[in-house]
Design a protein around this ligand. Structure first.
Ligand SMILES: Cc1cc2nc3c(=O)[nH]c(=O)nc-3n(C[C@H](O)[C@H](O)[C@H](O)COP(=O)(O)OP(=O)(O)OC[C@H]3O[C@@H](n4cnc5c(N)ncnc54)[C@H](O)[C@@H]3O)c2cc1C
Length: 458
């Protein structure tokens, strides 16, 4: 028999769970059901526990600088449980010339950093005089033109940390729409930032944000968000159509119908379903895969104080970057041991994921050992190969966003959010999910808000 509700959310990852949370909060009378293909909620979020080590298959935390995620933490009472690692207290490093160099966070320190040559620091100011180019460009073209080529390894490190992507492929208009808008309005990024800081003087927060996780790992966020939700597991959606103003959704477990449907899936999973309504410009968007090498060492390992490091491609290293997880959060390793999580693969090196676990562990250890003093062998080593991949917002992405906007406009009651549409971080997901929930609770879509500026933290 067909099951009828007010809202159907497809996908119970953080996007779907957040959409359900906000709808329940804003319009408690609406009946909401989540349809989830697998037997568990959380999607890419999944914590890993073994031999006293606590690591993550997917995301390792989220910054507390997005009001929508803070709202969830407040609504659920999770704020008091969250472990916070403030960026201001922990050093972050970039591999530069074969050694780890601390990333400067204060303007004064930028002047003395060895990460940019003297002429490179001067060239950054060229941004003040270079006219904005209205056409979309790759992140590399855009940054090179505005700030000079010597900043490219830093841009590379930043997109490795978020997208494990390639700055020569990612679209600036898709990855940083808010910053692009400011650049075009003010004629320069630096000028725009200075004006914004002046406008906000007094209200601007002085502190850098903090990375959030939980003593049980990020699973805790999922566990709390799924409480009280109506989730149909093992209910992968195979087809959708619209009849008499209702969405009819076919799954392995039967047919569901509702006036409103939130598609909260990674872009490529969403396209498989949406292409039945309208052919997309691309059948699939590019993705990046990574594996996470969980390494436990005796605490005689000389791990530098801080969050971890990122390695730009020009450094020609095997590992994309390493998180010093037991520095960031307490209880990630048994007493007397330290935990590091090394990321391998990414958009540029999918071939490295074809290697055996033993080969990956050996190459990672050899690589890290050149950067810090480590004991001969790790006490614990495990390669986690997540099924989720990271969608890449490359030069065709604006076409995909136009396709989504057209679909939502032409199909009343259709809301599309999820991994890779408006970004790739947890905060991006929660923000888009909240937007869908606000529209549903208001009985339809309102004015589109301007894209916000996403700050970049390495
Ligand atoms: C390796 C890795 C590391 C990451 N690190 C970070 C990080 O440190 N910080 C950060 O902020 N973000 C990070 N991210 C990104 C973060 O994980 C994502 O932003 C977020 O988890 C995406 O959530 P989602 O709900 O949109 O998609 P998903 O988590 O993919 O959830 C989608 C859900 O939909 C289900 N589904 C799929 N198809 C169907 C169907 N046809 N019918 C029904 N259900 C379906 C899936 O089973 C899944 O449960 C990382 C991602 C990866 C892969």
């Amino acid at each position: 028999m067909e099951k009828i509700s007010d809202v159907i959310i497809i996908g119970a990852g953080i996007s779907g769970l957040s959409a359900a949370h906000f709808i329940k909060k804003l319009a408690p009378s609406l009946e909401v059901i989540l349809l989830e293909a697998s037997g568990r909620a959380g999607g890419a979020i999944q914590s890993f526990h073994q031999d006293g080590f606590l690591a993550e298959w997917g995301p390792h935390g989220f910054l507390d600088n997005a009001e929508e995620s803070r709202e969830i933490l407040e609504d659920t009472g999770l704020y008091s449980e969250a472990q916070q690692a403030p960026l201001g207290d922990f050093h972050r490093y970039v591999c530069h010339g074969g050694r780890l160099v601390q990333i400067p966070q204060k303007p004064g320190k930028i002047l003395s950093t060895p990460l940019l040559p003297f002429w490179g620091k001067l060239r950054v100011l060229g941004d003040l005089w270079i006219k904005p180019e209205p056409k979309d460009q790759t992140l590399g073209q855009w940054a090179g033109r505005r700030f000079g080529r010597s900043v490219l390894p830093l841009i590379d490190a930043a997109v490795t940390g978020s997208y494990s992507g390639d700055y020569n492929l990612l679209s600036i208009d898709s990855v940083m729409p808010g910053l692009r808008k400011l650049e075009c309005e003010h004629g320069s990024v630096i000028r725009a930032i200075i004006r914004k800081m002046k406008e906000k003087k007094g209200s601007i927060k002085k502190r850098l944000p903090a990375m959030n996780n939980f003593p049980q790992g990020l699973d805790r966020l999922v566990e709390v968000l799924e409480q009280g939700k109506n989730i149909a597991f093992d209910s992968g959606v195979t087809a959708i159509n619209r009849e008499n103003g209702h969405w009819r959704i076919t799954t392995a477990k039967g047919v569901f119908s509702a006036k409103n449907m939130v598609l909260a899936l990674p872009v490529n999973s969403g396209l498989k379903i949406l292409s039945a309504i309208k052919e997309p410009p691309l059948a699939q968007i590019p993705v990046s895969r990574i594996c996470n090498v969980v390494l436990g060492f005796a605490d005689s390992a000389k791990v530098p104080y801080g969050f971890g490091y990122l390695a730009p491609e020009c450094e020609k290293r095997f590992t994309l970057g390493v998180l010093f997880s037991s520095h960031m959060f307490p209880n990630r390793a048994p007493s007397g041991k330290v935990l590091m999580e090394a990321l391998v693969g990414g958009r540029r090196h999918p071939e490295r994921l074809e290697l055996s676990d033993e080969e990956i562990i050996s190459s990672v250890c050899q690589d890290i050992r050149q950067l810090m003093e480590l004991p001969e062998k790790p006490l614990f080593a495990k390669v986690l190969r997540p099924a989720s991949s990271i969608p890449q917002l490359e030069m065709d992405h604006p076409k995909m966003l136009a396709y989504r906007a057209g679909l939502e406009q032409e199909n009343k009651g259709l809301y599309i959010c999820g991994f890779g549409w408006d970004g790739v971080g947890i905060n991006d997901m929660v923000k888009s999910a909240r937007k869908a929930a606000v529209a549903i609770s208001a009985g339809g879509r309102g004015e589109e808000a301007a894209a916000a500026v996403k700050p970049v933290y390495f």
